[in-house]
Design a protein around this ligand. Structure first.
Ligand code: KG4
Ligand code: ZN
Length: 352
């Protein structure tokens, strides 16, 4: 039994959770979406200030939900990379202070490891090795997870992340912010085959075909822009936003599904674990589940509320590291960037 309190403040959600192994005892997410909506995106300074205002009440609420006092918490974790530096700093400072005051170990967590382990919250027996398809607002990667901390990056986007593409297409369709969930909802009443769109293949040198795992979403975004311009010039009718949303979503889901299934097959992996905000996408969930099942590959998606940023997934990742004896130094800084293959740097303090 390991009870971990985790804090996540890497972007625009102030989140605190208490998790006992894979069981969530308390989970609080204070979203700043409404505050950033008027700017059409996250404003870093505003985010940091808002985290500072919310953090103490979120911690108190999570402890209240769990019905636990500090004596029952075994470790305190916080996301310390990658993310907005000022935002990360608020959560990490709070976690370090609490760890010092209550004499608990501090475990720093890489945000993407949180997304990788989010599926653990509904899968008590899931263990590596598996292939992780990580699709968030900032990342689109295929990562072979051999064990906790042992990762190999096999494929990635060459430009926009999948979530970023959803957000940009939603903006150009004028349907709202943040875009992923809105496109998903609109797509349900649209025809995914209405407008064929380019999938964003990456050519290999010397005409050697296409990269099997890397992808690109900036060409797809431009194709949607051109389509919108063409339709607007040709007619005064309202834009067929549902059909455009469905066609776009179908194209993204197809690009991700093809690469993930091919990669798992090539590496001899029988399980795909999906993580990140785009893991909530209904089109991707359906297409990847069906295609992988036909290939004899199991697929796990996190429960919907643990796809987008939350602290329960950070607690899961911290629990894995804690079990291996990984501890972080109180002097450890936050990092705006850090490849997932370098997570061991967070535990430079060594083992118990
Ligand atoms: O993982 P996340 O919460 O934050 C990052 O670490 O980036 O992902 C946020 C991204 C946003 O781009 C958002 O539009 C996208 O996830 N997203 C979705 C859906 N829900 C959130 N994209 C597609 N379909 C959804 N249902
Ligand atoms: Zn995230």
């Amino acid at each position: 039994m390991t009870i971990v309190l985790a804090i996540e403040t890497s972007c625009d959600e102030t989140a605190v959770a208490i998790v006992n192994n894979r069981k969530v005892l308390g989970n609080v997410v204070a979203s700043q979406i409404e505050i950033h909506r008027e700017f059409g995106g996250v404003v870093p300074e505003v985010a940091s200030r808002q985290h500072l205002e919310s953090i103490n009440s979120c911690i108190a609420e999570a402890l209240g939900q769990a019905g636990l006092g500090w004596d029952r918490i075994e470790a305190i974790a916080a996301t310390c990379a990658p993310g907005l530096v000022g935002a990360l700093f608020v959560g990490v400072s709070a976690a370090k202070t609490l760890a010092m005051v209550h004499n608990k170990p501090f475990v720093g967590v890489h945000h993407l490891e949180g997304h990788i382990y989010a599926s653990y919250l509904s899968q008590p027996d899931l263990e590596p090795p598996f292939l992780c398809l990580l699709v968030s607002g900032g990342h689109t990667s295929l990562i072979e997870v051999r064990s906790c901390g042992d990762y190999e990056l096999l494929g990635q986007t060459r430009d926009d992340a999948a979530g970023e593409a959803f957000d940009k297409v939603a903006r150009l369709l004028g349907v709202g912010y943040p875009g992923g969930a809105v496109i998903d909802r609109l797509a349900k009443s649209g025809d995914p085959k209405a407008f064929p769109l380019p999938e964003g293949k990456i050519s290999l040198p010397n005409g050697a075909g296409y990269h099997p795992y890397d992808c690109s979403f900036s060409g797809l975004k431009t194709a949607v822009l051109r389509l919108v311009q063409k339709l607007t010039a040709a007619s005064d009718e309202p834009l067929p936003v549902a059909d455009i949303a469905a066609s776009f979503q179908y194209t993204v889901a197809k690009a991700l599904t093809k690469r993930a299934v091919r990669c798992a097959q090539d590496r001899g992996l029988s399980t795909i674990v999906v993580g990140g905000g785009v893991a909530a996408n209904s089109g991707l969930r359906e297409m990847l589940s069906t295609t992988a099942a036909a290939a004899g590959i199991a697929v796990h998606f996190p429960p919907l509320k643990f796809c987008t940023d939350n602290a329960a997934m950070i607690a899961c990742a911290a629990t894995e590291h804690f079990a291996r004896g990984d501890r972080s130094a109180f002097e450890m800084p936050v990092h705006s960037r850090m490849p997932i293959t370098e997570v061991s740097e967070l535990y430079a303090v060594g083992r118990d």
